[in-house]
Write a new protein. Structure first.
Lengths: 319, 307
């Protein structure tokens, strides 16, 4: 009997006022802070801080092993008169625009092909992605060998077909070197564009095509008025990524040509590496890489507002 | 009398002969076979051959004897007779290659594990705790994804030097998460959003803490997402070049991509065999991993774009 009388009292004591600690423990903002801490620590110490530091370095004359002093915009003035810098800007823009345009065209075409019904589709899709899996430098080395001046398999094949008599000096001639690195970049980028666009294509309802067929639409019209508009949002995102990573490309060039011949394939990233790390002029290198930021912002803006405008034209809500 | 049908309809035979076999789905009957060959199979096979040829060439060069590599007139270069494992043997037993493979693996696993832990916590907090300003932080993390390593490597080199991490694998393990965390957080946010909120509410009523909910309810349900994020991060680490090139100096500490570019490229005209063998051995681990997890890999790639 005594037990029965005691039991409720004990239960009662367990309900107590929520202490400040209890309240804090269930406070969303407090919990959120601790959950975010590891990721934020990484991003602040190794991303946000270096980003700011890079801009600061570009206004100093820092060298490797020597602390720099603030020198204003001298690095930028120096670059403004530097023809190699302007050549690298030109190369970067050429490389990005041609490679991205072709990547988009071929990638979209490949996605449309892979969207058809056919045998071994899964296997083909897996095979198409392999260039994207293999480390870029290693496939760039394969291209280096394929484009070798003496033992190139392409020169050999063309000679045996009777199309040329001399070996093509693929990576030694300025025009050919540009074509080769752009080709290698396209080769590496097409799988990404194709597979992501394929994922977008698979969400398009087949009934739309059936309706269009009944209305007598041709295949081109079906693509133009159904596939393309429905795919626009994903195209904008994919192409933003593609442009961004092509613009800042480093490893492909470094493995294949190191910027040569006569700087014809120097991109801004490779030039900044050469000036900052190899020549030791950290300030000047930082100025070159900071000069990339406006171009990147412009690319992001164009795709972002392109996307918004497209949604607005279609009368959809901006979700 | 009404006329009876002159011909007897042979119902039985009509019913017993099978209807025209039609395995086509949807509207594919509109396309004839020759048309499909021209518009589909030929272009597709050309593209696939171009995409895969460099790997064939890489593999073939790795097992070709030296004399066949350089004598293009006597031997047809597209095939090899009496293949040799000399290059691969030289690579594995007479160079630092096993070291480099081990370094790459160590850095990739370390950076990936760190990033996944940080991303799981961050993604859960953004999607489910919804603290003040969570959506802004989500947007900032997406922006962080767009900051390319080739802008950051110069200031990061000075930071790494200041912290005394230069020429140590730790420098890479700590800097790679800046590339991986934004991506995997974004991917995991998408996965966490698909887990029903009711499950967590039940657990909360039963007195589970947020930590218990994350470990016992959310993570087991998000395993496909975790695998996707893990594989994609691992591939990105393996592929990373510019940080490894800048932060590592001594030969035994290098990662595979950097080491192959710097150590094997000498004046020797017979270098091609070992160079290609090195490239092949550096790619194989990733390709094998990929072969087992194709679907996860594709969903990681497309998931991050679609969100």
């Amino acid at each position: 009997m005594a037990d029965i009388a005691l039991a409720p009292r004990r239960a009662k004591t367990e309900i107590r006022e929520a202490s400040a600690w209890d309240q804090l423990r269930h406070n969303k903002n407090w919990l959120g802070f601790w959950f975010m801490l590891p990721a934020m620590a990484f991003l602040i110490f190794f991303l946000a801080y270096p980003l700011g530091l890079g801009v600061w370095l570009s206004f100093t004359d820092t060298r490797i092993g020597r602390v720099g002093h603030f020198i204003g915009t001298e690095n930028y003035e120096w670059l403004w008169d530097d023809s190699i810098f302007w050549l690298s800007v030109f190369n970067t823009l050429l490389y990005t625009s041609i490679a991205s345009a072709i990547k988009f065209a071929v990638g979209l075409y490949l996605a449309l092909l892979l969207n058809e019904r056919m045998p071994f589709k899964a296997l083909l899709r897996a095979a198409v992605l392999i260039p994207f899996i293999v480390p870029t430098v290693l496939s760039a080395l394969a291209f280096w060998w394929i484009f070798d001046s003496q033992f190139s398999i392409i020169s050999w094949s063309l000679k045996h077909l009777g199309l040329i008599t001399q070996n093509i000096n693929f990576l030694g001639d300025t025009t050919w070197a540009r074509i080769c690195v752009i080709f290698a970049n396209i080769w590496r980028g097409v799988p990404f564009v194709a597979i992501t666009l394929l994922a977008g294509l698979q969400t398009v309802q087949p009934s739309l095509y059936e309706a269009a067929t009944l209305d007598g639409a041709s295949r081109w019209q079906m693509f133009r008025f159904i596939t393309y508009p429905l795919l626009t949002p994903i195209i904008a995102v994919v192409m933003t990524f593609s442009v961004l990573f092509t613009f800042t490309d480093f490893q492909l060039i470094w493995a294949m040509t190191r910027g040569g011949p006569v700087n014809a394939t120097h991109l801004m990233a490779t030039l900044s590496y050469q000036r900052a790390i190899i020549a030791g002029q950290l300030g000047e290198g930082a100025a070159i890489s900071s000069a990339m930021i406006p171009f990147l912002l412009a690319a992001i803006m164009v795709s972002w507002f392109g996307l918004q405008r497209r949604k607005w034209q279609q009368g959809e809500s901006n979700d | 009398m009404t006329d009876l049908p002159a011909q007897k309809v042979d119902l039985k035979s009509i019913l017993s002969t099978p209807a025209r076999v039609d395995n086509s789905e949807g509207m594919s009957y509109l396309q004839s076979v020759p048309r499909r060959i021209v518009t589909l199979y030929i272009p597709l096979s050309i593209i696939v051959i171009i995409l895969l040829f460099p790997f064939y060439w890489m593999g073939l060069t790795a097992i070709k004897p030296d004399d066949q590599l350089l004598d293009l007139d006597k031997y047809n270069p597209f095939w090899t007779w009496n293949p040799t494992f000399k290059h691969i043997h030289k690579l594995l037993f007479e160079s630092y290659y096993p070291h480099w493979l081990w370094n790459t693996m160590y850095v990739a696993v370390g950076a990936t594990v760190l990033s996944i832990i940080a991303s799981v916590l961050a993604a859960y907090a953004i999607v489910r705790l919804r603290y003040k300003g969570a959506s802004v932080v989500g947007g900032l993390i997406f922006l962080a994804y767009l900051v390319p390593p080739s802008i950051l490597f110069i200031p990061l080199a000075t930071v790494v030097f200041q912290y005394g991490l230069f020429d140590s694998p730790l420098a890479l393990i700590l800097t790679y998460p800046t590339i991986l965390i934004p991506f995997s957080t974004w991917l995991l946010m998408g996965y966490f959003k698909t887990i029903p909120f009711e499950l967590e509410e039940c657990a909360l009523i039963d007195g589970a803490s947020r930590w218990q909910i994350l470990i016992k309810i959310v993570l087991p349900l998000a395993i496909p997402g975790l695998i996707s994020a893990f594989i994609f991060c691992f591939t990105l680490c393996w592929n990373e070049f510019i940080y490894a090139l800048t932060f590592l100096q001594s030969t035994p500490n290098k990662t595979v991509p950097v080491a192959i570019v710097n150590e094997f490229v000498d004046g020797d005209i017979y270098r091609w065999g070992s160079l290609m063998a090195g490239a092949l051995c550096g790619s194989l681990p990733l390709v094998i991993l990929y072969a087992f997890f194709v679907e996860h890999y594709v969903s990681a790639m497309t998931g991050a774009v679609k969100e």
